[in-house]
Design a protein around this ligand. Structure first.
Ligand code: NAD
Length: 503
């Protein structure tokens, strides 16, 4: 007889080149958000499980740091081919545990592939400088060397793209990695680790430890971990940065967001309405680059709201495997939380132009549904504005001028991304200069930088100095070293205790 508990699929860890279940005995439930059904249980690592992974990574790091650039890039090229060939499979796994529609999941895989491709070019990115004759017959040159073992801790909303923001770059730089994915959708990370191994990555260079806060804190405290790349909500990012740096680690902790889209009166309103709908409701608003606050500079608001509402009427919410536009929210608890924000918005006096609570989804009624919701006449004191909702809820704030719009955006504690829609190049240029955010779109709604630039916000959206991937990623995962060398010429020499200067 097989009990229901025995039949549940266990999602374990990947350590030193093989799947293991771990020793903690603690487990978390994993759901298919479109059906509401539990599809598996994920092992939640203890500090001892984490220590095993760090030990394996430490062992691997000692030899991987000496692997030639040719060897490292050969593995990365092979990994890129595997991910590319199996991208549909990866997208299916994302949709099954996250809920986002298949086309969106495929887009996420594509953005992750771009970082792998960037890491394939690591020989260029890692090049140092060389100066001949900095002093007579003395040369100076710079190197960048790996840190050792680094931890990557990722959120639920991009189970493939966010791990791939960091892992390929860290590995290409010669580090070993312990990846701790979100416990809500852990399966994709295990596939990535297995495919990396298949591509030739030696055992222990990439380990996946599943778990929750206990595993994260164990990574932050472990003396064998040199650096931590974290992505998640702002309170947790702040905690990770504080605890990690207190333990002497290098930390980049990317946090939450409240992304504003400013629409000036001269904007192309159809373009702006399309962008607001795409960026507001894509992935059910569960994107760190989602637009959640639309700042309409009057007299544009009435026309813009009408255009957005008209487009929202055509959106199909439902199971991501059925060709719908928008999927469910990730968990029942998160759906209830977002629904409570909608209720709070109504109670605070915002105008619900489209109310997602009424949605009739194309999917199992037990799924975690909430339809796209549009509020007009939102004011900055309302919780639907002050808080990161992370759901399909777009609020329109009406302002009287460009200056008022910039002041509103800059007064917000978050500074991840922002966009401006206008046909006035001077206004756009002024906005890019004045706005306090790490990523700016001009007539582009989701300004996620390409892999060869770096991704990161300002203010409460990032704790630490360096952003993800691109040149910042390489800098984060390496330490600089400068060598000054002289090959002895018999004409030189002799004792001189003065401070060395150029001669
Ligand atoms: P989360 O903060 O709940 O979880 C992120 C990671 O931290 C997970 O791996 C989780 O297991 C772990 N964690 C959760 N609580 C913890 C605790 N108390 N102590 C230690 N670790 C803990 O975030 P989430 O809900 O998975 O993801 C959504 C959030 O991530 C949103 O706020 C979103 O804006 C943010 N995000 C930001 C970016 C960015 O680039 N800035 C990108 C993606 C997501």
């Amino acid at each position: 007889m097989t009990s229901e508990a025995n039949a549940v699929h266990l999602i374990g860890h990947f350590v030193d080149g093989r799947r293991i279940d771990g020793t903690s005995g603690r487990r978390g439930d994993v759901f298919d958000p479109a059906t509401g059904r539990r599809t598996g249980q994920v092992a939640l690592a203890s500090a001892a499980d984490v220590a095993d992974a760090v030990t394996a990574a430490g062992r691997a790091a000692r030899t991987w740091r000496d692997a030639s650039l040719a060897k490292r890039t050969a593995v990365l090229f092979a990994f890129r081919e595997l991910v590319h060939a199996r991208r549909d499979r990866l997208a299916e796994v994302i949709t099954a545990e996250h809920g986002k529609v298949l086309a969106d999941a495929a887009g996420e895989v594509q953005r992750g592939l771009e970082v792998i491709e960037y890491a394939c070019g690591i020989p260029s990115a890692l090049r140092g400088g060389f100066s001949e004759n900095v002093s007579t017959e003395v040369d100076s040159y710079s190197l960048r060397q790996p840190l050792g073992v680094v931890a990557v801790i990722s959120p639920f909303n991009f189970p493939v793209m966010v791990p791939l923001w960091f892992v390929p770059v860290a590995v290409a730089c010669g580090n070993a990695v312990v990846l701790k994915p979100s416990e809500k959708d852990p399966s994709a990370a295990l596939l990535l680790a297995e495919w990396f191994a298949e591509a030739g990555l030696p055992d222990g260079v990439l380990n996946v430890v599943n778990g929750d806060a206990e595993a994260v804190d164990a990574l932050l405290d472990h003396p064998g971990v040199q650096a931590v790349s974290f992505v998640g909500s702002t309170p947790v990012a702040r905690h990770v940065h504080q605890r990690g740096t207190a333990a002497g680690k290098r930390v980049q902790a990317l946090g939450g967001a409240k992304n504003h889209m400013v629409v000036l009166p001269d904007a192309d309103l159809d373009l702006a309405a399309d962008a607001a709908v795409n960026a507001g409701f894509g992935s059910a608003g569960e994107r760190c680059m989602a637009i959640s606050a639309l700042v309409a500079v009057e007299p544009v608001a009435d026309a813009l709201v009408a255009r957005i509402a008209e487009r929202m009427g055509r959106l199909r919410t439902g199971d991501g495997r059925r060709g719908c536009d928008m999927g469910p929210l990730v968990t029942a608890a998160h759906a209830a939380k977002v629904r409570a924000y909608v209720e709070a918005g109504v109670a605070a006096g915002a105008v619900p132009v489209v109310d997602g609570r009424d949605v009739a989804p194309d999917g199992d009624p037990a799924g975690f549904w909430l339809g796209p919701t549009l509020f007009d006449r939102v004011t900055p004191d309302m919780s639907i504005y002050t808080d990161e909702i992370f759901g399909p809820v777009l609020g329109v704030l009406r302002v009287g001028s460009y200056d008022e719009a910039v002041d509103l955006v800059n007064a917000n504690p978050y500074g991840n991304g922002t966009a401006i829609f206008t046909n006035d190049g001077g206004a756009a240029r002024r906005y890019q200069h004045e706005v306090e955010a790490g990523m700016v779109g001009i007539n582009v709604p989701i300004p996620v930088p390409m892999a060869y630039y770096s991704f990161g916000g300002w203010k409460a959206s990032l704790f630490g100095d360096l952003h993800a991937h691109g040149a910042d990623g390489v800098a984060f995962f390496t330490r600089g070293k400068v060598v000054t060398s002289r090959w002895l010429d018999p004409r030189h020499g002799g004792v001189n205790l003065g401070f060395p200067t150029q001669t």
